[in-house]
Each structure stands twice: as C-alpha cells, then as structure tokens.
Design a protein around this ligand. Sequence first.
Ligand code: ADP
Ligand code: MG
Length: 334
Amino acid sequence: MDQYKVVGRIGEGAHGLVLRGQRLGTGQEIALKRVLLKKLEDGIPTTVIREIKALQEVDCEYVVQLLDVFPQGLGFVLVFEFMPSGLWEMLRDAENPLTVPQMKAYMIMLLKGVAYLHEHSIMHRDLKPANLLISRDGVLKIADLGLGRMFWAEQNRPYSHQVATRWYRAPELLYGARYYTEAVDLWAVGCILGELLTCSPLFPGETDIEQLAIVLRTLGTPTAETWPGMTELPDFNKITFPETRGVSWDQIFPDCVPEAVDLVKKFLVYNGDRRLKAKQALVHPYFFTLPLPCQLSGMPKPVDGHRHQFKVKEYDIEKPVDELFSDLKGMLTS
Ligand code: ADP
Ligand code: MG
C-alpha cells in the first residue's frame, strides 16, 4: 500500500469511491477502488478471497487489469490500471459523435472481452456503458467485475437477482430468476448495441415494473414457445401485462442497416439459451460489411479530464481527498 499515492478523485460508484493514484517510483497511473466485504451471512471471507484471486488471474486486453489488492479496514482496496474515460462519456460527447466504424470497433472489443470472461466461467452481470472504460490508446475494456461471480455450468447455485442496472437487465432477472446463466450478459450486450445504434437507451424503465413493461411492449408478449420456463419464474404470477405483438424491428431501428438490426435481434431473445454467444457474434456479417470496423489508430483517444466534462455531479462536491477516503490518509503525499 505504501507503493502508491493518491493524486485525485475519479468518481463514486454504487460500491464506493474510486480514487486516482500513482505507483511510486514508476509513476504508473492507477485507479484505487475500495470494496467493502458483504455482510457475513452473504459470504465468508474465503469466498471473497477466492473471487479476488480469480479476478487477478484475468488476463485479457479487453478487461481492465487488476494490478494489486490489499486489505483495508473492513474491506479491500483494488488497484487497477487507470482508464481516462468510458463508453458512457463517449456516448455523451456530442462534439465528437462516434462514427459507424468506431461503434463496430467498440462492439468487437466488448464482445472479445465478454467471450474471454465467459470462456473462463466468469459472468459479469452488470454490463452497461458506465462499466466499459476507454484507455488512453482508445481500447475499450470491461470494468467493475465486482458483481461478477464465478459460475459453474453443472452446479445450480442461486444468485441474487438484483444485479444488473435496470435498463440492461435481462428479462429473466426482471422476473426474479434465481438461477440464470451468462446469457444475462448477452442481453446487456444487445441493449448496449441498440444504444450505440440509436444514440439512446433501448429500454429506459424508471421502475422494475416499467422496465418489464417496456421490454414486453417492444418485443411482444413472450409465449411458451419463445420463452420456455417463463411461467415458473418467481415473479411471473405477480404481475400481468396486456398482450401485445410488439413493435417491428424496422420501427425500433429505422435508420439502421439490416446486418445491424439482425445482430441486435439475436441478442434480445427471451429464451437465454437461444441468445447469440459472444464468440458467435464476432463472426456476424455486421462486422464484415462496409464500413468496416475502425483500426485502433482511428479510435478516439480520451484526454485527461474527458470523463469529467460529462459527470458534473461528481465535480460539484469538492472535498479534500483525505476526507473522502480518510483511512487511506497514510497514502497521501504531504
Ligand atoms: P461501481 O461498482 O461503484 O460502479 P466501478 O468499478 O464501476 O464501481 O467504478 C465506478 C466509476 O469509477 C466508473 O464508472 C468509472 O467512471 C470510474 N473507474 C472505475 N475504474 C476505473 C479505472 N480503472 N480507471 C479510471 N476510472 C475508473
Ligand atoms: Mg460501475
């Protein structure tokens, strides 16, 4: 821990503060995130340690690298490579709108990261633009695996269903599924692609019920055929929605080429088993039709402070760093 110093504040996520730092000696830029241990009944520290170990072993260009971990108070401080911006900010940068080749390149990087995680039995469970960070050289990397948990195909383990941020949450989670698969990430990928294509979130529900209502209204009422097992989901009988045939894909994506619409369509499938896998998506015609995905050299290179042009709220509350992360005070330079 005395290898690092805190140089600023990046933001505040759902799980605590993220601070900006530097590795002493090398000057390497890092981000420090504190995670608190869940309540003891949610998991004994050995499982937490096992999860952190697994995160440390993740080695993929498209997943933010966990460089170091040390215990701190009632939790841990995770040390990550520093990422100057994110897809959330890129989508809000009206002065520099993304081009189609750039969107395709971001999708490829996202899919490669997701394919890697799923190959290594890790489901992310909270994929959304705010958790996709952009490096200085323009590489998109998946971040915030804090909610991720190792999953085992053979074992039926119940998971907490309040996982993904609502707009990107798969319908099985909205119906309270306790047993689900990495297919929840592929639903989120479909929502992210839809958002890239239309420049606005696909299913922006303000409550969990409205979320389900928007999805059903758009995609049509699921049937026993399109979604086997739906009626057995815990919350299925708690609420009924009016029968609807949904909206046509061309209406949802009026200005998009057919390859793009076809790709989204293959992710936004009620039956999780039938959603397109990340690896399969990488060979979809969308990525091989003109205009082709952008090379890394043509990708936006976020400058320092790019993030903060868009996240006004965080900068309104200026507090000295030592107050924000008081028990890390020892790390602050005088
Ligand atoms: P939470 O679980 O609280 O959402 P995140 O890991 O998503 O935590 O971090 C919250 C925010 O902090 C991110 O949306 C991003 O803006 C910023 N952040 C997280 N990790 C990094 C990093 N490695 N480099 C730069 N900023 C980061
Ligand atoms: Mg996050």
